[in-house]
Design a protein. Structure first.
Length: 613
């Protein structure tokens, strides 16, 4: 097993270094000297304790916060971690006493759906057990890690136990395996384990009961509440004072009327012990939530609290925090030049509109104008989030062509454009959210125009929005960091790096000493490929015979693997770089070794840096 891994890739890890929402500040955390980042490798097992902690993640509304709880390895894991028992993790392959113990927990964010699992239409999906190697999300990753033959690796900040960087720890990932499916592929197991939010409004009707100890300065609490007749909604408008409700009741059972949670017994214990200032104001829970401040905070009907629960355990919170409703801002308005029509009473002076009449339709349109809420981008796919009138059957077309405007003011593409798939989402009063995505891979690195059309309905005119997006291109930088010289009969050597892709060749010289000796030589050499395909070949060519000076095509020799009785040799390997398509930056470390030879043998160490922008 160990030899098989080494022969394929000595460091077989595709590191997911930046998510779509990771800012440059967050990325800098991985290179700051004050932060200790550790390489944690985990082995799957049936029933692994991997849970969705919060949806959406507090770091990125498009992602879900996950937590993995694990056991430390009792065995020496080994350099390739093959000795890990199922369900254990380690960042200490030799179990060295100088390395601090693993904390038993790692937190990270993944996409809610890296593939359109819940979409109703017909599309291509990777539904295999290894889909998480390419599309890690809340559906594929638990399935992947429930198999003890699968390994996962995290780069963990040991101060916070959070990982911005993770990926499948595998020997050889092939391309995704796509199957045509129709309808939602979201399983019942996924639905019952999905996190949902219970939102509560303060005021008379809430009753707190303090329980026993849950650990050092932690206590169990139970909140009994009145059940709101309406769902809380995005803005909490469905809540009367002293009541709680699911943010969205779709697919949920009725609220149980009580919620158990764990909180600090005294969040200001250190201030009290040191004689510091203790915040005893009614708003103290916003900074210091604990068993004392939360009940006081929720005596005010203007205050709100949110609890995250699993749908399968609706009376037990996995997380909780203060919640402040905020009005959603409009990112972009509709192109339609029609002014919103005012609603009018159904009869003079009544001030009441009958449900379903034309005036009600006008009120709906006026309160839910078409707007674009965001554009998401992953490799070979884009998504457009927008909202507008519910049940309106909107369409989205996209094209590299410029849209043209007809005399009626309507926008269209000269050759029709491609039709995106559209799925409806949650509804808040008169507004519904929609998601559109490209059913097939668009061209990479291209500027696309798109047109969203909400058709006319009774009492509401057609609306359109036109916008632009640029799909991701995949740029590759291959860097050589060191050459380990294993054998040579000459002290004068030249090394060159080659990257072959789609019939094109990029190359770069690798520096080195004036006289080579056996051992490790720290070097710097790189080759760059713009808009690279998903498959590349990396070759390092070592020359002790002056071929670079006399050959008219040294790249041809770099494709060979050298010769047993020659003063040149090559280390070469094919790589799949289209892995982790949801990530903007992926790093693939590698070690490649030349074939056995009588006159020159070496290993080249380096990394492939994939940037999508």
């Amino acid at each position: 097993m160990r030899n098989r891994r080494a022969s394929v890739q000595c460091v077989p890890l595709a590191l997911v270094l930046l998510s779509l929402a990771t800012s440059s500040v967050q990325a800098a955390r991985l290179t700051t000297s004050s932060v200790r980042v550790r390489h944690l490798v985990c082995r799957g097992k049936s029933g692994i304790d991997l849970r969705m902690e919060r949806d959406p993640s507090p770091r990125d509304a498009r992602s879900v916060a996950m937590v993995l709880r694990y056991e430390r390895s009792a065995k020496v894991p080994g350099a390739d971690f093959t000795n890990l028992d199922p369900g254990t993790c380690s960042w200490n392959p030799a179990l060295s006493a100088d390395v601090p113990p693993e904390p038993g927990v790692v937190q990270f964010d993944v996409w809610r759906e890296a593939q359109p699992w819940s979409a109703p239409g017909t599309r291509l999906l990777d539904t295999t057990a290894t889909a998480a190697e390419h599309f890690p999300d809340v559906i594929s990753l638990p399935r992947y890690l429930n198999d003890p033959s699968h390994y996962w690796a995290f780069y963990v900040d040991d101060a916070t136990n959070f990982s911005w960087s993770f990926g499948a720890f595998v020997t050889n990932k092939g391309p995704p395996k796509y199957f045509e499916v129709t309808g939602s592929q979201t399983s019942d197991a996924t639905r019952v384990t999905r996190p949902v939010e219970l939102r509560c409004r303060g005021g008379t009707g809430l009753s707190f009961q303090r329980g026993g100890s849950a650990g050092t300065n932690l206590v169990f609490m139970t909140l009994a509440y009145g059940i709101s007749p309406n769902a809380a909604g995005e803005l909490g408008r469905g809540l009367a004072q002293g009541t709680c409700a699911w943010a969205d009741r779709t697919g949920m059972r009725t609220e149980p009327g009580q919620i158990r949670f764990t909180t600090s017994g005294n969040a200001q214990l250190k201030q009290a012990q040191s004689g510091g200032v203790v915040d005893r104001s009614p708003n103290a829970a916003e900074r210091f939530p604990d068993a004392n401040t939360i009940p006081v905070y929720l005596q005010d009907a203007a205050h709100y609290w949110t609890f995250t629960v699993l749908a399968s355990r609706p009376d037990s919170a996995t997380a909780h925090s203060v919640w402040k409703p905020s009005v959603t801002t409009t990112i972009a308005g509709p192109v339609s030049k029609e002014s919103p029509t005012r609603s009018i009473p159904s009869s003079p002076g009544s001030g009441v509109r009958s449900p379903g009449n034309a005036e009600a339709g006008v009120a709906t349109a006026a309160r839910a104008p078409l707007r674009v809420d965001g554009v998401g981008m992953v490799l070979d796919r884009f998504t457009i989030q927008f909202s507008g009138r519910p049940n309106a059957s909107p369409t989205v077309l996209y094209s590299v062509e410029q849209p043209v405007q007809e005399s009626t003011g309507r926008w269209r593409f000269p050759s029709g454009g491609s039709r995106a798939q559209v799925a409806g989402g949650s509804t808040e009063t008169f507004r519904a959210s929609y998601t559109a995505w490209s059913p097939s891979a668009p061209e990479r690195g291209k500027l696309y125009n798109y047109i969203i059309t909400v058709p006319a309905t009774a009492g509401a005119k057609e609306e359109q929005f036109k916008g632009q997006l640029t799909t991701l291109a995949q740029h590759v930088r291959v860097a050589i960091t060191s050459i380990e010289l294993l054998y040579t009969r000459k002290a004068k050597l030249d090394f060159r790096l080659y990257v072959f892709s789609n019939g094109k060749t990029a190359w770069g010289d690798i520096g080195g000493p004036s006289e080579w000796k056996l051992g490790t030589h720290m070097l710097s050499g790189e080759a760059v490929v713009e808009n690279a395909p998903d498959q590349i070949m990396v070759s390092v060519f070592g020359d002790g015979a002056g071929w670079f000076r006399v050959s008219s095509n040294p790249a041809r020799m770099a494709r060979s693997m050298g010769a047993e009785n020659a003063d040149y040799n090559a280390a070469r390997r094919d790589f799949t770089i289209g892995i982790s398509p949801t990530e903007r930056y992926v790093v693939i470390p590698f070690v490649i070794r030349s074939i056995d030879g009588n006159y020159l043998m070496f290993e080249a160490h380096g990394q492939i840096q994939v940037t999508r922008k």
